[in-house]
Ligand binder design. Structure first.
Ligand code: AMP
Length: 216
């Protein structure tokens, strides 16, 4: 089973992808995480995308397609969860071709729907554990302990550089202009599902699992 999580920044794609990857033993491929990793390790790709990412614009299709292509070539014998990819029609077409060339198909595209005004609050209060990737929020999901991640105990928790209101407005515009059209693309292929991203995390997860059970 190979699936895509579609949704605006802050909709909860990463959180659900992490859960589903554990529950169904799948590989989570987040282009956002890959790009942040490239930036941290100062690779030429990382340096190229740094200011674009901070501004909230999308990096070029060419760059993200190359990252995904590389990951798909490592054969784990497990299904893939595409988290934050594809984000443009060009990327969706490239993904179709890549999967076809490996004789694998796309089972489902799950859209997590959340209104823009909720996203702004979610994103500006968000911080992430740099060690394990667990996501927290200043008001809706603060740390249970004083300063350490509840999951792995690390004290390295940070806000993302692009999680500010200015960059977020650009990210939302990019989503509306370039990523929203993917809904139509996958609707035509009859593999698009939508879930309500305002529900509690576990309720959304249960809804997603129900959809995915069909493809096991
Ligand atoms: P994310 O962590 O998914 O919110 O991504 C953070 C930033 O990385 C985005 O605002 C873009 O600048 C870049 N990015 C991540 N995935 C993609 C993609 N599939 N296409 C283009 N840019 C991307």
């Amino acid at each position: 089973m190979n699936i895509i999580f579609l949704g605006a920044p802050g909709a909860g794609k990463g959180t659900q992808a992490r859960k589903v990857s554990t529950e169904f033993s799948m590989i989570q491929l987040s282009t956002g995480d890959m790009l942040r990793e490239a930036r941290m390790s100062n690779t030429s790709t990382g340096n190229k995308v740094s200011s674009i990412m901070d501004s909230g614009e999308l990096v070029t299709d060419e760059i993200v397609i190359a990252l995904i292509e590389e990951k798909l070539s490592e054969n784990h014998g497990k299904g893939f969860i595409f988290d934050g990819f594809p984000r443009t029609i060009g990327q969706a077409i490239a993904l179709d071709r890549l999967l076809e060339s490996k004789y694998i198909g796309l089972s489902a595209v799950v859209e997590i729907k959340v209104e823009n005004k909720v996203l702004i609050d979610r994103i500006t209060g968000r911080y992430t554990c740099q060690a394990c990737g667990e996501v927290y929020h200043e008001s809706s999901r603060p740390l249970e302990t004083n300063r350490n991640c509840d999951v792995c105990g690390s004290n390295n928790l940070k806000k993302r550089a692009d999680d500010n209101e200015v960059s977020l407005r650009t990210r939302l515009k990019e989503y509306n202009d370039k990523t929203e059209p993917l809904k139509e693309y996958y609707l035509d292929k009859e593999i698009l599902y939508s879930v309500d991203g305002l529900k509690p995390i576990d309720a959304i997860n249960a809804e997603i699992n129900k959809i995915l059970m069909k493809y096991l």
